[in-house]
Write a protein that binds this ligand. Structure first.
Ligand SMILES: [Ca+2]
Ligand SMILES: [Ca+2]
Length: 226
């Protein structure tokens, strides 16, 4: 009897210690809480995206996102699947392709995960991106600008530099790029950052921007994820 009581007391003490030091892993179904979770990135950069999913990787630009997810009580969310994580534009400029999920793996016992992947998106957002975990938007806005090859629609469209992507890289997108591409027929083309798809960035568009776009136009790239 004494032995049983001693073991029970030891177990209770151990559990209390784990609770106090926050090493308890959560049970399945607990949600990450933005105020206790952290999201960081190794730097800043500009990422080219395509709704088909063959844009640039974060790591192509030397970027890795580290997320540490914790519950409303501050406990780590272990085993949280990366398929429940995705990025949105901080200024709502990106249209994410269906239920596309760019990341793989799961959080470790500390609720931590390193993220690399491509963004399956249309649109453009030069203000940055935020991580979303099971529909819950995390903070802060990370300094990663995203520019997709799909910015305009061939069905109806929209005027000037307004963006109205339709999920497909098509001639409407090419026509829009051409309005900002300097040429003998368009020497005074104005710079527009959302079509500046490749290095060097800034100043005016160049062959690298046109070439990158062209490979996605010729392949008839579109959002195929329902
Ligand atoms: Ca389009
Ligand atoms: Ca460029």
């Amino acid at each position: 009897m004494f032995k049983f009581t001693a073991i029970a007391l030891a177990l209770v003490t151990l559990l209390l210690t784990l609770e106090v030091f926050g090493v308890r892993s959560t049970t399945a179904g607990e949600k990450p809480w933005p105020e206790w979770s952290t999201v960081t990135v190794t730097g800043e950069g500009i990422l080219f995206a395509c709704p088909q999913g063959d844009g640039e990787l974060l790591s192509d630009k030397g970027l890795t996102i580290t997320a540490t997810l914790r519950t409303s009580l501050g406990y780590p969310v272990a085993g949280f699947p990366a398929t429940d994580l995705w990025l949105i534009g901080c200024d709502s400029g990106l249209v994410i392709c269906g239920s596309a999920r760019p990341f793989e793996g799961a959080t470790d016992v500390n609720g931590r995960i390193l993220l690399d992947g491509r963004i399956l998106a249309s649109g453009c957002d030069n203000t940055g991106v935020r991580l979303v975990a099971q529909g819950i938007t995390m903070q802060p806005c990370l300094p990663i600008q995203v520019r997709s090859a799909d910015l305009k629609s061939s069905q109806g469209g929209c005027p000037g530099d307004a963006l109205c992507p339709d999920g497909e890289v098509d001639l409407a997108d090419f026509s829009f790029l051409a309005t900002h591409y300097p040429s003998s027929g368009n020497p005074g083309a104005s710079y527009f950052a959302c079509v500046d798809f490749a290095t060097p960035y800034g100043g005016s568009l160049g062959l690298a921007d046109l070439s990158r776009f062209a490979t996605h136009l010729s392949g008839q790239h579109r959002c195929n994820v329902p």
